[in-house]
Design a protein around this ligand. Structure first.
Ligand code: SF4
Length: 479
């Protein structure tokens, strides 16, 4: 039996199995074993330490409830490659259940900071894997083709990301090989086995040529920003991307090509494309936010594109933790092609500044991507997009959510709130209250800043603005 000060060595069969870690952690809590007494080991650790049968330790404490926030955080942190992850999570759990129930709200706490940083790193890795896995076709005699991809994730994320590929390539038989683990899908069931080596993955096929052709066709030399491109597509992934071999040459040729485009540009106003845009539901197949943004520029899924100047797509870091979703662009946004840059946007910036949030760290977008208006003399008066226009534009918002994977969402105005919470949502009654969405995301709604600008009475406006700031401050309080 373990004494009150003995070291307790806990062995996990699988260092990334959340259920297993949770079960052991529960047993340790019930036995009152403080974190500093626990040594976490995995089957893969080749050591001679005797391990403790944690389930047989005497119970000294009743079970306690753990905040749901912690569970979603722990699930992601467990996928981090750092061997100290089990200990960090157990320390957080212990502190949460031993007098510090609000611990996760203390963003300056060392343990909380480290867990959040690891969580972010895992989320980024998940995003990169979704974007940069490339399958190669392999044929075995007369059997159907199998598609095999090689990828080297930074963290242990294969189990977590595999369902995404099942949904996306449900009709294919595929394998994703990584050094840690391999995932196999046969059209019916998903199976995992041991990691593989680079040599076991095929090298090239006809798909590579298609990738290269596609990449060359979407590459716009006039928009080339090498730094941004390298941050979106880090160089460490290039070796497994067929299109990456084209990049140096495309960069070299970018300037002359851009000059040629400028010289060839018409002097009359730009004519709209008449070719049909890809169906909105197909945007989910585009790999990166950049590609989706480019596709959205030519969207013709509803009539709003006709009188508007351009599509106003979202902007901000592709791995932003927070996403702000507004309603639809206004006059200024339509002309500039950027969301929230008019008077309402300035008010939003001011409110964000007050609560200490840097807008550059947030992803800001709208539910509908084109300006809807009614011409009146020299002015264009804002008009609300209809339900069918909102529905048509939904695919773009879904695609942004899928690529950015924000952990927290703020809906600005009723249109965005309905898109996220359903049409039953009552903004004025339910504003400023966190809700949990699919994939554990947290979201709340507040009024659109343009609502504040429309209030005629100055005192009402000031009061409403304070309420707005109070709602937004939920972002910095405790989650
Ligand atoms: S409003 Fe949305 S769906 Fe309609 S054309 Fe613009 S981008 Fe496409």
């Amino acid at each position: 039996m373990s004494g009150a000060h003995d070291l307790v060595a806990v062995r996990l069969h699988d260092g990334v199995d959340f259920d297993e870690w949770r079960q052991r952690a529960r047993e340790l809590l019930r036995a009152g074993v403080a974190p500093e007494r626990v040594s976490w080991r995995c089957d893969a650790d080749d050591d001679l330490f005797a391990t403790t049968d944690v389930a047989s330790l005497p119970t000294v404490a009743a079970g306690t409830t753990v905040p749901r926030d912690f569970l979603s955080l722990a699930e992601r942190v467990l996928a981090h490659r750092d061997a100290r992850r089990h200990a960090l999570l157990y320390r957080l759990l212990w502190r949460l259940t031993h007098g510090e129930p609000q611990l996760l709200r203390i963003v300056t706490d060392d343990d909380v900071m480290r867990a959040r940083a690891w969580e972010k790193s895992v989320r980024r890795d998940l995003h990169k894997m979704k974007a940069f896995v490339r399958f190669r076709e392999v044929r075995y005699d007369d059997r159907a083709s199998v598609f095999v991809a090689w990828f080297e994730p930074e963290h242990f994320i294969v189990e977590r990301v595999a369902p995404f590929f099942v949904r996306r390539f449900a009709g294919m038989h595929w394998s994703i090989l990584t050094p840690d683990r391999a995932a196999h899908w046969d059209g019916e069931s998903l199976r995992f086995d041991a990691g593989a080596s680079r040599e076991q993955a095929p090298d090239g096929d006809a798909l590579e040529a298609l990738w290269r052709q596609y990449y060359t066709s979407i590459f716009n030399p006039a928009r080339l920003k090498v730094k941004a491109m390298k941050s979106e597509m880090p160089m460490k992934y290039w070796k497994n991307l067929p299109e990456a071999s084209l990049i140096p040459q495309l960069i070299r040729e970018a300037q002359p090509r851009a000059q040629a485009m400028v010289q060839a540009a018409p002097t009359t106003p730009r004519k709209r494309m008449t070719t049909p845009a890809p169906p909105a539901q197909d945007v989910a197949t585009a790999d990166s936010l950049q590609q989706i943004r480019r596709q959205a520029q030519d969207c013709r899924q509803c009539e709003l594109y006709r009188p508007a100047t351009q599509t106003v797509f979202g902007e901000g870091p592709a791995d932003a933790e927070i996403m702000l979703i507004g309603e639809q662009p206004g006059d200024h946004e339509d002309l500039a092609g950027r969301p929230f840059i008019g008077p309402a946007g300035r008010l939003l910036n001011q409110a964000l500044e007050e609560i200490g949030l840097d807008r550059k760290q947030l992803y800001v977008t709208n539910t509908v991507k084109h300006f809807k208006f009614e011409p009146q003399g020299k002015f264009r008066l804002h008009k609300r997009a209809s339900a069918s226009e909102q529905g048509a534009c939904r695919a773009w918002l879904e695609a942004e959510l899928a690529r950015v994977q924000p952990r927290r969402i703020v809906c600005l105005g009723g249109m965005a709130a309905s898109a996220m919470f359903g049409s039953e949502f009552r903004l004025l009654q339910e504003r400023g209250q966190w809700r949990t969405l699919a994939e554990g995301r947290q979201a709340f709604a507040t009024v659109h800043p343009s609502y504040l600008l429309r209030l005629p009475d100055e005192r009402d406006r000031e009061q409403a603005y304070r309420h707005f700031v109070r709602d937004l401050s939920l972002l910095v309080q405790n989650r």
